[in-house]
Design a protein around this ligand. Structure first.
Ligand SMILES: [Zn+2]
Length: 154
């Protein structure tokens, strides 16, 4: 199983984001750098959920906002490593809609279950595959780096 590494502060922040927007979904982007062991997330960028038709079970980042996030990532020497969103009162497993709307091959999709307003299970899925036609979600391990041992890879 592949590994997604992220600092404790980022992990906590995306879970808190889901609690704040409950009972609606939250969403955002994960910025990081590719390593031989997979993505290492450095920071997360919150995004407004533009889905107003069904904000409790759909999410979408506006293209103009994504462009802004990408520009900010580049400024910091980072890349978009993936995306995160919450599932209010639903398990932290990807839905058919999540899969259909996932197009960033090689990126990570993090989902946090928010049960009764409290962040519960958080899972990550790597969007594997070489083309849109054979893309697939592969579960991966989230390795949370505690502040004391946090260091940038050489
Ligand atoms: Zn979802």
């Amino acid at each position: 199983m592949s590994v997604l590494r992220m600092p404790r502060a980022v992990y906590d922040a995306l879970r808190v984001h889901g609690e704040e927007t409950y009972p609606h979904e939250c969403c955002g982007a994960l910025l990081g750098e590719p390593t031989a062991q997979g993505w290492r997330v450095a920071t997360a960028a919150r995004a407004g959920n533009t889905r107003t038709d069904s904000a409790h079970n759909r999410y979408q980042i506006a293209p103009v906002e994504l462009v802004k996030i990408e520009r900010e990532a580049r400024r910091q020497g980072l890349e978009i490593a993936g995306f995160y969103h919450s599932h209010p009162d639903h398990p932290a497993l990807w839905s058919a809609t999540d899969f259909a709307e996932a197009h960033w091959l090689g990126c990570c999709y993090v989902i946090t279950e928010v049960a009764q307003g409290k962040a519960a299970v958080t899972n990550s899925f790597l969007l594997a595959g070489a083309t849109e036609e054979d893309k697939r979600f592969e579960p991966q391990t989230i390795q949370v780096e505690e502040a004391r041992t946090e260091s940038r890879p050489a």
